[in-house]
Design a protein around this ligand. Sequence first.
Ligand code: UDP
Length: 455
Amino acid sequence: MASVNGDGRRARRVLVFPLPFQGHINPMMQLADVLHSRGLGVTVLHTRFNALDPALHPEYAFVAVPDGIPADVAASGSIISIILAMNAAMEASGAVHDVLASVLADGPAAACLFIDANLLAVQKVAAALGLPTMVLRTGSAACFSCFLAYPMLHQKGYLPPKESQLYTPVDELPPLRVRDLFFSSSNNHEMVRQVLARATETVRNSHGLVINTFEALETAELDMIRRELEVAVVLAAGPLHKLSTRGNGSSLLQQDRTCIEWLDTQAAGSVLYVSFGSLASMDPGELSEVAWGLANSGQPFLWVVRPDLVRGSDGSGLSEGFHRAVEGRAKVIPWAPQQEVLAHSAVGGFWTHNGWNSTLESISEGHPMICRPQFADQMMNTRYVEAAWGVGFELEGKLERKKIEEAIRNLMKGSQGELARERARELKKKVISCLESDGSSSLAIDKLIEHMSSL
Ligand code: UDP
């Protein structure tokens, strides 16, 4: 067992096991930080795939768990396939049982194991060992409501989606339309159905659910989940990155901090931050349209171009001409300290893929958004941004430089952007109040600690 560092002096500890993707690792480690700040020791279980760096958290213990993900599946980049393969391998091998038993035998008593909803195999092993599990949902409450409604969505014929019905409202889940639901645009509907059914089973088998959202943002969706689920507690304890005092110490990629110095030189509210998260990708033609849309907008911008952002290319693919055109008013970097960037006073808007963390991080800083969702829950997050909260608008259809240029002007200088900015500032006030000591998210953490001591 590879246990490194760790605070063995604490009388009680919590175990955490995130799904090994950036958007799932960040909130789980933020939750761990919050629990650690309340006096619990932390042991982090992690897969070898996208393994965490223990050096970033010297006070936690780290334990690597064999994940059994076949190399070709890992290389495929298909999250759905990776989740299913990993669970299947873990169920078949008994390795998780051995690791967990040895973790429990060694060190302070464990209050519970916090797991990602996609780790049903781990939940089953914990139950067999008598270790209570709690689930952290790293997506929105609306997203988990959609998971719960998935069988109904099939029964009523909303899914699998038909081309002619993409804009049909889903009356049971307003304001969603069929195109906003969690589904796959390829043909693996059965795999998606399995993953969602297993995620809800993990939650139903556990002793509580924590969702990275806040009460005032998703009141109706949280009510729906509480009515539907028979688990002991359903707590809205987000935005977790704002409750964690340690900053983003769980980045899988090296963050380029020179962008903060660059932001320091820019006028307040002038910079558009552009990032499509850790997984979304585009083809070289789309990259070129985005680049020239940004260049022609005349707006200062900070753009994250991950090394693997462009399909079929091993470099950024940006031309000399583009770099010349934007010299002095733009910065392109491979990976950003995003939460710090969004909190910087020079940033005035966010062009995002609407992963849930990015959406919540943007809301927390009061920024309006241009939304360009690609898959999973990103479409429904966009729909909420646009139709429920009014803090941004979608850039739909083919990526074309002229459309991009107009959307950027609209967001940064136009009346639509101004209205979205006003609403975003209002939402930011609600974030601030949910984080106060008597605010809903702080109280949710109090309740969580109390609940964990009763397990
Ligand atoms: N992120 C970051 N640097 C970047 C881009 C993203 O640190 O340059 C972080 C971001 O703050 C967020 C996470 O990566 O916490 C991405 O999660 P999200 O749910 O937004 O999208 P995903 O990557 O899962 O699609």
